[in-house]
Design a protein around this ligand. Sequence first.
Ligand code: FAD
Ligand code: NAD
Length: 469
Amino acid sequence: MSEQFDTDVLVVGGGPAGYVAAIRAAQYDLDVTLVEMDALGGTCLNRGCIPSKALISAANVAHNARTWSEMGITAEVDVDFQQMVEWKDDVVGNMNRSVEKLCKANRVSLVDGRATFEDEHTVRVERSDDNSERLTFEYAVLATGSRPIELPGFEFHRSGVHDAKEALQFDELPDSLVVVGAGYIGIELSMLFAKLGVDITVVEALDSMMPAFPSDLVAPVSSAASALGIETNYGELAAECRSTDRGVSVSTEDAESGERRAYEADGVLVAVGRTPVTETMDLYRIGLEPNEDGFVPTDRYGRTDVDHVFAVGDVAGEPMLAHAGSKEGEIAATEIAGRDPPSGDRAVPAVAFTSPQIATVGMTEAEAEETEHTVSTGEFPMRASGRALTTGHTDGFVRLVSSDDGVVLGGQIVGPEASELISEITLAVEKGLSTEELAEVIHPHPTLSEAIQESAANDQALAIHTLNR
Ligand code: FAD
Ligand code: NAD
């Protein structure tokens, strides 16, 4: 450890980007201090990925039990939402303790408080017990994450107006909800609550749900949402929210005509994106300024314009995904330790935990056509997968996009367990494998992973269980 400073590496923020950076730096024998002002695990563990996926799993159990009479199962399902939330809180609590143990076992010093910079090598930590301490550091890693965007007129402190964190913590299930924004959070949570019997009305500014994903991947999700009774209203901007006896009245404006409509419900969930958190740190004192989108700009190793300061995770830019942040944390720590950074182009998968799930990595066919001479695709429909048939989930398909020499450039999946299946395609993209190599590998039967093998074979007109084009 440097004699000149209290700690070699100061990490600000204990989310999946920050705690991973801290542990990796400590594994490389650096003295590390991690400052967290709320709960270890950040948004992801406490109010994001983990609690939402826990409740989605629970809602799926209830929904399947209600709807699978075809399999010979009929059940009266009672949902005790409080118990469901308690179970979810236990999952979160367990993981909080694990993160703390892992940090301590790796000799990361944990400090509970808010870190504000005083100068380029000094931070003041205001602790929750009202005491504060000063720490000097050689390197800093900013990992302060993001928070939900607040729409004017839909301030989160208002009664009946909720962000995702509150929705994952409802005391009781509302009868009805207006959901503003049909992106990741809007659709994952709309489907979750619809499966628990909540009447959902979605309002989205653009002309489809999940607009960031290709439309043929979204189509099965859109049909499933209609089947759940979710009402979707596209091309409408949320404009105003009034409190009513019942709860709220949300007025929208048609994006083209300006025509106004109103939707009444017990409450409104606003999920219109997230914005980076930088204002907690007094960044100007270390000579850093966020860019026009509010992110802290970095190079590919996470280094900011100030040489000894790194930024990782949501605060450093898109994609705002937990696994992307964790990898950025590892890379920054490796760079600080002076070790060789991991090689590769870093394919970043994206997954929507909808029903069915959507997962993508690398290029779509249209994106590949912009850079490649010839692009080919191989596809396999889930309804032709023996395993999909045995689970009762047959909507969707796997698609592989490859270059003229067969190297896999990307993949898209919509269907059961897409979130798990995408890792094989991610490996192929990251390591430059070809469809021929994927098709050669023996995949266990009966599994959904055979759909990847078959789409690779389909790319070479050699699929067995679907007709080749
Ligand atoms: P965060 O997790 O936000 O952590 C930042 C931490 O910094 C916070 O704990 C905060 O308290 C702390 N902090 C801030 N300022 C200071 C300061 N000055 N001093 C000390 N501490 C400070 N991503 C996925 O990949 N998969 C999913 O399924 C998924 N689901 C999501 C569901 C929801 C409902 C939400 C809201 C998000 C979801 N995300 C998901 C996104 C994911 O949560 C974020 O990408 C991820 O948490 C970002 O990690 P981070 O470490 O950069 O920041
Ligand atoms: P999002 O960017 O996914 O979706 C926001 C949606 O709101 C967009 O479709 C946008 O057109 C719409 N919108 C914006 N302003 C509007 C208005 N005034 N009226 C109507 N619609 C409006 O954002 P999100 O759902 O809030 O999620 C935030 C981020 O969190 C995501 O981008 C993602 O990075 C992360 N996240 C990831 C996952 C996952 O990986 N499964 C899950 C949840 C969240």
